[in-house]
Write a protein that binds this ligand. Structure first.
Ligand code: GAL
Length: 673
């Protein structure tokens, strides 16, 4: 059996390169469209996402379709040997639809009907909205099902938002009734006697109320559920005529939607990723964060290759600082996505529009037009490189470390009024991830319910929401010889955001970790705190923000606090259970997390695929007897990597020296076998 996953799009046995293409904005400028089709092959474009915001052009008035312009685009893409990711156009309703059918506009939390504004402004429950989107999507599917350019369905675009209209409220009550069966079961599960919120009927449960944490958590689940339901409705319209694969593009760790619940309903995961250079000015720090997001995408469908559906070819227009990519950085970032399991590099967008809110956003073709531009040249060069790297397509990434990133856990941290206003959940996950990333140890980012078999190390920072069933799986993993690491603010609540009785971490996790948390302290940014580690954690590590005060009940101490009134108290521990170990890091300390991951990985003999200097990321995709190594230098200096013997350059087949120097932001792909 082959290790290689089949092509995402039947017949497209190559890496995909292209992006959003909006010819609907250029209908009055046919010369620009001619120029597009002259330049796409020059840039190595083989896929375009079309009609993402095309509804107003496709259905200029209710029931009257105008497909002529799209016919021409589909034919021209087919003629150039490319493929189309054709959108169901729900991301932007035509204004006539919003005006004629007021119910298709969302109602806000305060009961006000929202005006037609921007995009993604429609209700997911409105029967009219559902009927209209099914009609236009069905018409598209019927017309293009057999078209040679059709490769993939791009369902909507970056779903998001919530609606509080009567239809959505009714769906909310149905959702709760299905989940709890009887109102008193909900009252008990939600601890509804708090502030006298005990309900006597489903329709008393207002969607916007944030008094009960359980209510907030279930509302978030419901918003995901509604959105998935709408997406399934769109997919059903496609499926009446077409069996081509479907996807919907995500937004990384977008906090509002639990993408794990979307994954089973689509054929391939797609992500839009725009690095925030203004946040992480240090490139390797940024690179680790984007590695985390890429691995999250790969994990959403059990390791299956995914699509980088959007990225910017140069800059964005919506970040605080719209930084340009440095020479070489474009290839570096594109190859990084591929190294982490993407089978594509795609952009927003092919050609900059002349007007509208995104006229300043980077595009492959700028306002000056033509191919004589740095951005175009870098894009075209990457297109040629990806064509030479077609052998990577479909190959898996193998990881022995799993990191749990879980949307419901995130919600319990962010929605509960707790020890600090802002939860660092995502940052702490990335701190643990970065510890493995900088040692070139591959990581799968998995969900709370994903299987743990096959991993040697499971990192589960801030694992707040635990159930006895989850803890049983963790216990079995540790007993069998695995290392499990969790941190402060873990195991506080059950799936209704209600505290576990008997102290933290609850649900049985306390026994696995051999500790009992008594209190939790939060530091001001200038408060002093330090961890003093022993044994494998020997050293001093600065602490930020969070400190659990806990007792060991069977666990051994690995670090103690060095300051505040609890100086000398345990701060990190390890508990031997069966053949394995359960680690607890009681404080937020990126430095100590780094040391802990290093020690645990070393304990399992996990090592980098090759020696490389700091700032060089080495990733592999291998299978069927062939091994690709991506060497990515995220620094602006020259860095050395030592692949050792037996490798060739994957792009030109020439032998590679056992040690090589990578210039600033340089990237190489090597092949063996
Ligand atoms: C994405 C979106 C695109 C475009 C892009 C700009 O989030 O899907 O349509 O707006 O951002 O960065």
């Amino acid at each position: 059996m082959s290790d290689r996953f089949p092509p995402i799009i039947t017949g497209q046995d190559r890496l995909l390169h292209g992006g959003d293409y909006n010819p609907d904005q250029w209908q009055a400028h046919p010369a620009a469209i001619d120029e597009d089709f002259r330049l796409m092959p020059v840039a190595g474009v083989n896929i375009v996402s079309v009609a993402v915001f095309g509804w107003a052009r496709l259905e200029p008035e209710e029931g009257r379709y105008a497909f002529g312009w799209l016919d021409e685009i589909m034919d021209r893409v087919a003629a150039m040997g490319g493929t189309v990711a054709l959108a169901s156009p729900s991301a932007a309703r035509p204004p006539w639809l919003a005006k004629r059918y007021r119910e298709t506009s969302r109602i806000d939390r305060n009961g006000r009907r929202e005006s037609y504004d921007g995009r993604h402004n429609h209700c997911y429950s409105s029967p009219v909205m559902r009927a209209r989107i099914a009609a236009v999507t069905g018409a598209l599917a019927e017309r293009y099902a057999a078209h040679p350019a059709l490769g993939l369905w791009h369902i909507s675009n970056e779903y998001g938002g919530e609606c509080f209209c009567e239809y959505c409220q009714a769906a909310w009550w149905r959702y709760l009734e299905e989940r709890y069966g009887a109102i008193d079961r909900l009252n008990a599960a939600w601890w509804a006697d708090f502030w006298g919120h005990r309900f006597s009927a489903w329709d008393e449960i207002t969607p916007g109320d944030g008094t009960l944490d359980a209510q907030k958590l279930d509302w978030s689940r419901f918003v995901t559920d509604r959105t998935v339901d709408f997406m399934q409705h769109e997919i059903a319209a496609v499926r009446r005529f077409s069996d081509k694969p479907v996807t919907s593009n995500f937004m990384g760790t977008f906090p509002m939607l639990d993408y794990r619940r979307f994954a089973p309903h689509i054929d391939v995961i797609a992500n839009d990723w725009y690095p925030a250079y203004n946040v992480d000015r240090d490139l390797p720090t940024q690179a680790a964060h984007q590695g985390f997001v890429h691995d999250l995408m790969r994990g959403l469908k059990g390791g299956q290759p995914w699509l980088l559906m959007e990225s910017t070819p140069s800059t964005t227009n919506w970040q605080a600082v719209g930084k340009l990519k440095r020479p070489g950085q474009h290839r570096l970032e594109g190859l990084q996505a591929v190294a982490h399991g993407s089978d594509s590099v795609m952009y927003f967008q092919w050609r900059k529009g002349r007007g509208g809110a995104e006229k300043m956003h980077g595009g492959v073709i700028d306002h000056a037009g033509g191919s004589d531009a740095r951005v175009f040249r870098e894009v075209a060069a990457l297109g040629a490189d990806l064509a030479r790297l077609g052998g990577v397509r479909g190959l898996p990434v193998d990881a022995r470390i799993a990191l749990v990133y879980d949307w419901e856990t995130r919600w319990t941290h962010e929605q509960n009024m707790g020890p600090a206003r802002q939860s660092p959940y995502e940052q702490v996950c990335v701190e643990f991830y970065r510890a493995a990333w900088r040692r070139n140890l591959p990581v799968d980012v998995i969900g709370r319910d994903d299987p743990l078999d096959g991993y040697q190390v499971v990192l589960a920072p801030m694992l707040n929401l635990v159930t006895p069933a989850l803890v049983e799986r963790v216990r079995a993993f540790v007993e069998a010889g695995g290392s499990f690491c969790t941190t402060f603010l873990s195991g506080m609540v059950d799936e209704c955001a209600t505290c576990h009785p008997g102290g933290w971490p609850g649900g049985g996790l306390r026994e696995v970790l051999g500790i009992l948390v008594e209190e939790h302290d939060v530091l001001y940014p200038d408060d002093e705190q330090v961890l003093e580690g022993v044994g494998d954690l020997a050293g001093r590590y600065p602490v930020q923000q969070h400190c659990d005060l806990f007792h060991c009940q069977g666990a051994e101490i690995l670090a103690r606090y060095g300051a505040q009134f609890y100086a000398g108290a345990p701060a990190a521990s390890v508990h031997r259970v069966g053949e394995g170990r359960a680690y607890y890091l009681g404080a937020r300390s990126a430095a100590c997390a780094d040391a802990l991951v290093a020690a645990v990985a070393a304990g399992h003999d996990l090592a980098a695929p090759m020696p490389a200097e700091d700032g060089v990321s080495v990733r592999r995709r291998s299978g069927d007897g062939v091994d690709y190594a991506f060497l990515l230098n995220w620094t602006t200096g020259t860095r050395r990597a030592e692949p050792g013997p037996g490798w060739v350059d994957a792009e030109d087949g020439t032998p590679v020296a056992a040690a090589l120097d990578l210039g600033p932001l340089a990237s190489r792909v090597l092949r063996r076998g």
